[in-house]
Design a protein around this ligand. Structure first.
Ligand SMILES: *[C@@H]1O[C@H](CO)[C@@H](O)[C@H](O)[C@H]1NC(C)=O
Ligand SMILES: *[C@@H]1O[C@H](CO)[C@@H](O)[C@H](O)[C@H]1NC(C)=O
Ligand SMILES: *[C@@H]1O[C@H](CO)[C@@H](O)[C@H](O)[C@H]1NC(C)=O
Ligand SMILES: *[C@@H]1O[C@H](CO)[C@@H](O)[C@H](O)[C@H]1NC(C)=O
Ligand SMILES: *[C@@H]1O[C@H](CO)[C@@H](O)[C@H](O)[C@H]1NC(C)=O
Ligand SMILES: *[C@@H]1O[C@H](CO)[C@@H](O)[C@H](O)[C@H]1NC(C)=O
Ligand SMILES: *[C@@H]1O[C@H](CO)[C@@H](O)[C@H](O)[C@H]1NC(C)=O
Ligand SMILES: *[C@@H]1O[C@H](CO)[C@@H](O)[C@H](O)[C@H]1NC(C)=O
Ligand SMILES: *[C@@H]1O[C@H](CO)[C@@H](O)[C@H](O)[C@H]1NC(C)=O
Ligand SMILES: *[C@@H]1O[C@H](CO)[C@@H](O)[C@H](O)[C@H]1NC(C)=O
Length: 876
């Protein structure tokens, strides 16, 4: 049906020319003759329709203009002789200002007309905002095609986009917007796409503006088996649909007076949903003994009636709920009733298909902010058109957005304009991106001060302003937790108060501490003993380790070795204790102005030589994996030994399982993801490192969580650092934590990767059950015994952490339980490898996801930890 446009022959104009209409009556009309040069002939009044067409140049920034082949010009009328085509970019969009909440008829017309002489007819997609409207296939519709949609825009602007889907170049000939009556064509769904709109006449001409006040385009349609009736009288058409009087003065009746009047249509999509608007008016003078009465039947089923058309008065029958047609073939019949003396009659009808627009547009204030930013920097990127965030594959370069359910407006989370040649000051509109997490304006030519508002944007976790020409001082509000700030390479920027001229490009506050290796071994043993007696002392130790800008911070420290005085400065003379760990106290530290680290000061003196210690730490410095807490530096100076770690703001897994220390309950799917991440870190130590490492202290307190609850294993390699290497070794002292210790290793003293697998099994059991690993108040001492007891009782449900509230796929949970028990098998040879564990966890996640997808919308991801929650203000 799309290719009905065909020739817009002068024929249709013969009627219109008689109706002179004032231009101001086209109130709210937008009539764009695409490709018409902005000067010269724009705007113009179309000779026939008197529509007021203008150039599209101010509504779109991209594209080139063309004209259809001269031999075809006589076949097509204005505004269809010029066009705009889009050789550059994937998505090109028109921006139209509309009345929010008002109903519009939106019409786009496409005629190829061999404008480029290549005779290659394009195929491309048409989008309304972030949603596909139609595929435009000019290979099939050789004479051009048109799309008409009834739509209520939600924001004040409407974006109509042409999206390249293959090799061919999208084009558009005309774009028209007509305000409609808000209450007309109201359906359960928001938008309707025109399928066809006919008045039943043999005239062969089209009716549109000004004979149709809404400028709908009515085509004439007639069947052989029909007889035409018509009138010269006026038909009263005053309902909200108001089809043109010129259309209503014609009607068709079946020639065989006892046969039904049938209209049919079909579509390739058998699930298409339709709305039919049928318009009736009696055009004949009926005698007293005559009746015209009929019923409507839709695909063999009674649909409406019986009805009697009103004399010269419009009656419109339509369905509010959409209807589908069996097999995609629709047939509506008008069947006369027994008492009717006359055959049925029909004047005009419209068929629409429901168009689903599931993806919501990006948050309006984010859109206006990003547009304002683009304007203030005069950015003209070809792909910065249309919706900034969606569809995802067309997201603007340099942005990232929340990627939640389609019905939620996406929000901007990342703005990366690094190396974009920006000049001027930092744009004030950035503060209106209220969900922004990462801002990268590095390597531009920005000048002026660093605005206060950047500090106040609580969602920001990464700000990179390096490599500009900023001046002044930094806002006080930058001094908050979890903010990664880079400002180096701004020679005129003051970095501390009172303002001093920085001499170096980078501000680096180094670190020092020391301890001997032998002492460390001693401490390990001591630690173990103490912990067996009082495990709670160690809780909270690893809460606050981390920083991810290590390489930026320490760039000028190739060795990443710091002096003790640097460590003192960094920790402000060891002012704030974060916790006490297996090897010593952990302090909070600050480097590079506001960047936070955790400094682990190893206890007392060292008997291991400096060289050996350095070799071991250098090895650890080389271990990099997204699920391992990074060691970013160390100090070895006399008796002072310290390790400087990445800072993780969200504490450890133990805290989140028990809900202690500000942790939150994590839901099952997130637990599985955390388990998978921890397992990946462990697998990397086992098979990705050279030489391979055994962690030896895998436990929930050693699984730290970043701001997105991504898991990172802490404290790996530490015990190893103070032992001689080897794949499986006999320990002189057993490291690890009671309850997590491999019983086999415990008795034989042999250490292997399988010991870590055992400990991981215990971690997994804790994540499933939230039971204490060792319960001193019960006879059932160990978590494996507790689980065994529950299984023997047949109380499978009772094994699960009650905090999960049954919100998990049981299949996924049992698989995880099986996996945990196989890891915790007393015999190391029966335990899986970490790679097998990862495989098993992935299967659990698949089970859980399929459940979550079936209950969509129940819950969004449990990423609820606020960065500024209950933490103390940072010590300086
Ligand atoms: C179009 O018609 C209107 C109304 O008659 C008139 O005011 C306007 O000047 C015309 N514009 C052009 C460009 O002819
Ligand atoms: C349609 O509704 C919008 C918003 O409610 C209103 O601004 C507009 O005037 C209405 N249009 C008509 C034609 O009633
Ligand atoms: C296109 O227009 C030409 C010329 O009027 C006509 O012969 C042809 O049938 C049309 N093709 C289609 C697919 O409508
Ligand atoms: C007229 O229609 C009726 C009912 O469909 C049918 O039975 C009859 O054969 C038709 N008459 C002619 C002449 O086609
Ligand atoms: C109706 O009445 C007229 C005379 O007034 C007569 O000619 C005609 O046959 C009647 N029609 C029917 C269907 O009875
Ligand atoms: C119409 O007439 C047919 C046969 O003459 C009969 O079977 C049918 O029941 C009648 N319908 C109504 C609604 O009276
Ligand atoms: C965008 O953000 C999503 C999560 O919101 C993340 O998964 C994805 O990797 C990010 N993409 C880029 C290019 O940063
Ligand atoms: C911004 O983009 C550049 C390259 O285009 C990349 O190197 C940098 O890491 C990005 N910044 C952020 C914060 O993602
Ligand atoms: C930020 O948004 C507010 C409210 O929408 C608006 O008034 C203000 O002009 C915007 N600021 C900038 C710099 O765009
Ligand atoms: C900044 O501006 C200077 C001169 O004004 C120019 O030489 C330099 O290339 C610019 N740098 C960037 C990154 O655009």
């Amino acid at each position: 049906m799309e290719n009905y446009l065909g020739l817009l022959l002068a024929l249709f104009a013969a009627f219109a020319i008689t109706n002179f209409i004032q231009a101001q009556e086209q109130q709210g009309f937008i009539s764009l003759d695409c490709g018409l040069p902005a000067n010269g002939r724009s705007p113009y009044n179309d000779t026939f329709s008197r529509l007021h067409f203008s150039s599209d140049a101010t509504f779109i920034q991209s594209g080139k203009t063309g004209k259809i082949q001269s031999t075809l010009v006589s076949r097509f009328m204005k505004p269809y002789t010029t066009l705009r085509y889009f050789p550059d970019g994937i998505r090109n969009c028109y921006n139209l200002n509309v009345g929010k909440g008002s109903k519009y008829l939106i019409r786009a017309t496409f005629i190829y007309g061999n404008y480029d002489g290549h005779d290659i007819k394009p195929v491309f997609d048409l989008y309304l905002g972030p949603n596909l409207w139609a595929t435009i296939d000019l290979e099939r519709a050789v004479n051009g095609t048109r799309q008409d949609m009834l739509h209520i825009p939600t924001p004040n602007s409407l974006q109509i986009c042409l999206v390249k889907t293959g090799e061919t170049t999208p084009l558009i000939s005309a774009l028209e917007l007509r305000p409609m009556e808000n209450v007309s064509y109201s359906t359960e769904s928001d938008s309707l796409n025109l399928y066809n709109m006919y008045y039943l006449s043999k005239s062969g001409s089209q009716i549109r503006y000004s004979r149709d006040i809404y400028d709908r385009i009515w085509r004439s349609y007639f069947k052989m088996e029909w007889t035409q009736i018509s009138t010269d009288l006026d038909v009263v058409h005053s309902n909200k649909y108001a089809p043109p009087k010129d259309a209503l003065k014609y009607a068709a009746t079946p020639t065989n007076a006892s046969a039904p009047l049938t209209i049919e249509w079909s579509s390739a999509n058998p699930d298409a949903q339709y709305h039919l608007y049928a318009h009736f008016a009696e055009l004949q003078d009926l005698e007293a003994n005559e009746t015209r009465e009929f019923s409507m039947v839709w695909n063999g089923q009674h649909y409406y009636g019986p009805l009697v058309p009103l004399k010269l008065n419009l009656l419109t029958i339509f369905n509010k709920s959409p209807r589908t047609c069996n097999g995609g073939k629709c047939s509506v019949q008008l069947i006369r009733t027994n008492r009717s003396t006359l055959p049925p009659l029909l004047n005009a009808f419209e068929v629409f298909t429901v168009i689903h627009l599931p993806q919501s547009e990006t948050d309006e204030s984010d859109v206006s902010a990003i547009k304002s930013i683009a304007t203030s920097y005069a950015l003209s990127r070809i792909n910065w058109q249309g919706d900034p965030c969606v569809p995802q594959q067309l997201r603007w370069d340099g942005l990232n957005c929340t990627n939640t359910v389609a019905s939620m407006p996406p929000r901007l989370t990342t703005l990366n304009l690094s190396s974009s040649g920006l000049t001027g000051t930092i744009a004030a509109a950035i503060q209106n991106l209220t969900q922004l997490e990462k801002l990268d304006l590095s390597n531009n030519n920005l000048t002026g001060g660093v605005p206060e508002f950047l500090g106040d944007m609580k969602s920001l976790t990464v700000i990179n302003l390096s490599g500009n020409n900023l001046s002044g001082s930094l806002p006080q509000a930058f001094q908050r937790k979890g903010l990664e700030l880079s400002v180096e390479g701004n020679p005129r920027l003051c970095l501390s108060s009172p303002c001093k001229k920085p001499t170096k490009k980078k501000v680096v506050v180094p670190i020092v501490v020391s301890v001997s290796a032998a002492t460390v071994i001693f401490v390990v043993v001591l630690f173990l003993v103490v912990r067996m007696k009082n495990p709670s002392i160690w809780e909270g130790l690893h809460l606050l380790l981390g920083t991810s800008m290590a390489n930026v911070t320490f760039v000028n420290k190739k060795s990443r070795r710091f002096t003790y005085s640097e460590v003192i400065k960094m920790t402000n003379n060891f002012q704030r204790v974060l916790g006490k760990g297996g090897f010593g106290m952990v302090y909070h530290g600050t480097v590079n102005i506001y960047e936070q680290v955790a400094v682990k000061v190893l206890s007392q003196s060292s008997t291991q030589g400096s060289k050996e210690f350095k070799a071991e730490v250098d090895l650890l410095l080389r271990v990099h994996h997204t699920n391992l807490v990074s060691l970013v530096g160390y100090c070895y100076e006399g008796d002072h030994l310290a390790l400087i770690y990445e800072f993780l703001p969200n504490g450890d897994l133990k805290q989140h399982l028990t809900g202690k220390g500000g942790g939150s309950i994590i839901k099952w799917s997130v637990r599985l993801r955390i388990a998978l991440e921890a397992a990946s870190g462990l697998e990397y130590l086992h098979i990705g490192c050279t030489p391979p490492m055994v962690h030896r202290d895998v436990k929930t307190a050693n699984i730290l969580l970043d701001e997105n609850l991504k898991a990172k294993l802490a404290d790996f390699g530490l015990s190893r650092s103070f032992q001689s290497g080897g794949e499986s070794q006999v320990l002189t002292a057993i490291a690890g934590t009671l309850g997590y210790l491999d019983p086999e290793c415990n008795s034989s003293g042999r250490l292997s990767e399988k010991s870590d697998v055992y400990s991981f099994g215990i971690v997994l059991l804790e994540m499933i059950t939230n039971q204490p690993v060792i319960n001193q108040t019960s006879e059932i001492l160990h978590i494996t015994q507790w689980v065994g007891f529950k299984i023997s009782q047949g109380d499978i449900i009772g094994i699960m952490d009650p905090n999960l509230g049954k919100d998990y796929d049981s299949n996924s949970a049992w698989r995880a339980l099986e996996l945990a028990l196989s890891c915790a098998n007393p015999s190391s040879s029966k335990r899986p490898s970490m790679s097998q564990v990862i495989q098993g966890l992935k299967e659990c996640i698949v089970c859980e996801n399929s459940r979550e997808n079936n209950n969509q919308g129940l819950e969004s991801q449990a990423m609820s930890i606020g960065l500024d929650s209950s933490m103390d203000p940072m010590a300086r």
